[in-house]
Design a protein around this ligand. Structure first.
Ligand code: CP3
Length: 357
């Protein structure tokens, strides 16, 4: 499964090679904003039924690619598959997001957690990866992904989404050893999970640290960054042109760009609160940068979208000695269900036209 895709722009940028134009894909490019996704979801019954059926996961992964000339596919799945397989039991309540039936809130329940077996308990994910690779037929690369140890721990301890992260921050303060134990088993699981996705055919891997930005700098450097770095260092991913690149995306990671650039990852994904010119200067060409259009720009007119795409491309180039190389175009976070597919088409076309070398 190591065949290079015909469209290898994303892989080339992550290897810091030159490309004819900037590659683009969008976080949550498969989702409720697409009528064909809503139809499939209706048929399957629920999001989890979709994600746990490899044929449906494959179908939904390919939906945005049939509409837009994107430069990559991203596996349709969720970051919460790992804690679900650890026995926490994931479920969704409409309008309330993800929840766990058995959250972990003390050292005793954390001590019982083990890394799930990737080819049994998480086989549906690996089967989806294999199926998608077959259906893509080496057209564009397939991105596999995982949550970060910290972001997974947030859901596992809170039992779902949270506004203030009170439970996990209480654990960080009152029982840091238990939290480190949880982060450590999560890190082992993430390394095994990404490794298994790579073995099944994923050609790029991304870690989502969605909640790293809710930590103070001192706590980020204790509870998130060291575990991201351990993944970047320990995840086996081959050498040279065969290497499977790793992207670390983090919401609110701008204060830590220098440290992330030294983590060993090939790419860093940033949100829209930082200028790409500044991010490029601060990372000094050590990594490729991915991002960072505010997803809300998709609510604007096609003309406004084009103007902001141009601005984002130019900001990166300004910080990178006028060169557009080393940039993967993306949003700074995921798309929302009420976005207009026509506006996504405008965005992708604008990236293609405005970044042509
Ligand atoms: O990017 C992609 O297109 C790939 C698919 C993908 C999904 N979730 C599909 C999904 C990816 C990469 C994720 C990751 C994920 N899941 C993250 C990290 C990325 C981020 O957005 O910060 C997080 C925090 C989760 C947890 C999660 N799963 C949330 C908060 C939700 C939304 C709940 C809601 O009601 O809006 C989900 C469900 C989910 N995952 C949906 C999709 C398309 C919506 C499913 C639906 O109701 O049909």
């Amino acid at each position: 499964m190591s065949n290079a895709p015909k469209n290898d722009r994303l892989l080339r940028v992550l290897r810091r090679e030159s490309v004819d134009r900037t590659p683009v894909w969008l976080m949550r490019q498969a989702g409720r904003y697409l009528p064909e996704y809503r139809a499939t979801r209706q048929r399957a019954g629920s999001f989890l039924a979709m994600a746990k059926n490899p044929y449906i996961a494959c179908e939904v992964t390919l939906q945005p690619l049939a509409r837009f000339p994107l430069d990559a596919a991203i596996l349709f799945s969720d970051i919460l598959t790992i804690p679900d397989a650890m026995g926490l039991e994931l479920y969704f309540v409409d309008g309330e997001g993800p929840k766990f039936r058995h959250p972990v809130r003390d050292a005793a329940s954390i001590a019982k957690l083990a890394v799930p077996d990737m080819e049994t308990e998480l086989r549906y994910v690996m089967d989806a990866v294999r199926l998608i690779r077959r259906e893509l037929n080496d057209s564009v690369p397939l991105i596999g992904f995982s949550g970060s140890p910290w972001t997974l721990a947030c859901y596992m301890v809170e039992g779902g989404g949270s506004k203030d992260f009170a439970r996990i921050k209480t654990m960080a303060l009152n029982d840091p050893a238990a939290l480190h134990q949880l982060l450590s088993v999560n890190t082992d699981a993430v390394i095994a999970y990404l490794g298994a996705q790579r073995a099944a055919g994923a050609q790029v891997l991304q870690v989502f640290d969605t909640w790293g930005g809710v930590l103070s700098p001192e706590m980020y450097r204790e509870f998130s960054l060291p575990y991201l770095t351990r993944i970047a260092r320990e995840l086996e991913r081959g050498d040279d042109a065969q290497r499977t690149p790793l992207i670390l995306f983090g919401k609110g990671n701008a204060p830590y760009l220098e440290e992330l650039a030294d983590s060993g990852a090939e790419g860093i994904g940033v949100d829209w609160l930082v200028e790409l010119s500044e991010a490029a200067r601060r990372t000094q060409g050590k990594v490729a940068l991915q991002g960072n259009l505010d997803p809300a720009i998709l609510y604007g007119s096609p003309e406004a979208i084009r103007r902001h795409v141009q601005r984002t491309l130019d900001s990166y180039a300004t910080g990178n000695g006028t060169s557009r190389e080393g940039h993967v175009f993306n949003l700074g976070h995921g798309m929302s269900p009420d976005m207009d597919p026509e506006h996504v088409a405008a965005l992708v076309n604008a990236v293609h036209e405005c970044s042509a070398r």
